[in-house]
Each structure stands twice: as structure tokens, then as C-alpha cells.
Design a binder for this molecule. Structure first.
Ligand code: ZN
Ligand code: ZN
Length: 195
């Protein structure tokens, strides 16, 4: 998105707000993204700093990411803030070793395209799961194990046994708790210290 800053030229400290919506086409090639569900909304403030123009603001976007285990699409709202100063002139390279990272004003315009795209890209989580214990896909046949069972050997047996072992664990925990109630924790301690 190119912003015209001619209204701020020569007015140190002056600023304007701008709100724009545009399609986030650059996300189509990103493998984590299943679908882009809304336009990208940018609410920005541009301030003349004397040295250049400071852009601050918020970006928001709705999209569907893939669960990194079962690949199911998950709706997510990305929100991120941005801050970047566009300089009128490149600083002396000796003075500021960071100069490479700072963009320049181009005539009466600043180009926020790469600032906005990079900010959105880094805010996409590397790993998203549909639920904490998503079992993912069967390595044998690709079945979505949270929704279906399959006839593949080993991995499926583990999955089928998982609820059973949970039940057993719960049962043993209950018994221990009941035993503690019966005897009382102080008595248990005494008993332990004797033995
Ligand atoms: Zn999942
Ligand atoms: Zn399978």
C-alpha cells in the first residue's frame, strides 16, 4: 500500500490517520494458510518526525490455518501492530549500522507493502492444533483419527487403548483418594514412618 504524505511535508510533528482494506493475496502461497477469510484491515497513523515519516498502527485479518497434525482448517484472527520510520535521506552508513533495515521516502509517497506483508507473515503461528490432544492422521492410511477409526495395525491399537488406559488411571486415582479419606493423611504418614 502506497501512502501519499504530501499533506505532512514541512510540518514537523503533524500526522494523519488512515484506514484501508485490501485483499491479502500474498498469503495464497503460504502453506500454513488454508484460506483467507477477510480483507486485510490496516489502521495506520503517519507522523512527520523531521527525519522522515513514522508509520504506526494495527493490522487485522481473518484466515483459516491448517491444524499442523490433522490438517483440518481452523479459523483464526491475526492481529499485529506495526512501527517503522521511513527516512527522507539515507543516514551516513558509518553512523547507523541498522540503516539497511530502514526504508526511504519515495518522492511524496511511502510504500508500506513489504512492511505490512512481513508483519502479517511473522504473526502466523508456526504450529496450530485444532485441540491440545489432536491425534493427527493415521500414518498408514491418512485417516483423521479424531473423527474416524481405521483398520491399520499398530498405531490404531494404541489409539483404541488410550481411552482405556485413561479410565484405568482414573480408577486407580479414585481408589487412592478414597483410601486416603478412610485412613486420613496423618495416619498414613505415621504408618509410612514406622515401616
Ligand atoms: Zn487437528
Ligand atoms: Zn489407518
Amino acid at each position: 500500500m502506497r501512502l501519499n504524505i504530501s499533506s505532512l511535508v514541512g510540518r514537523n510533528g503533524a500526522s494523519f490517520h488512515i484506514e484501508k482494506e485490501f485483499p491479502a493475496d500474498f498469503l495464497r502461497e503460504i502453506p500454513e494458510v488454508s484460506k483467507v477469510l477477510s480483507p486485510l484491515i490496516a489502521k495506520l497513523k503517519v507522523t512527520n518526525t523531521g527525519e522522515g515519516y513514522l508509520v504506526t498502527g494495527e493490522l487485522a485479518l481473518k484466515l483459516a490455518l491448517h491444524c499442523s497434525r490433522c490438517l483440518k482448517p481452523l479459523e483464526t484472527t491475526l492481529q499485529t501492530s506495526i512501527e517503522e520510520e521511513y527516512l527522507n535521506h539515507p543516514p551516513e552508513s558509518d553512523e547507523d549500522p541498522l540503516w539497511d533495515e530502514q526504508p526511504l521516502v519515495e518522492g511524496n509517497e511511502i510504500d508500506t507493502t513489504s512492511l505490512i506483508e512481513e508483519s502479517i507473515l511473522v504473526s502466523i503461528p508456526m504450529k496450530t492444533v485444532c485441540q491440545e490432544d489432536c491425534p493427527g492422521l493415521c500414518p498408514g492410511c491418512g485417516a483423521v483419527l479424531a473423527e474416524e477409526t481405521c483398520d491399520c495395525p499398530d498405531p490404531t491399537i494404541d489409539i483404541r487403548l488410550a481411552p482405556l488406559s485413561k479410565l484405568l488411571q482414573q480408577a486407580s486415582e479414585t481408589t487412592t483418594a478414597e483410601r486416603r479419606k478412610d485412613h486420613g493423611s496423618s495416619k498414613e504418614k505415621t504408618f509410612k514412618s514406622k515401616s
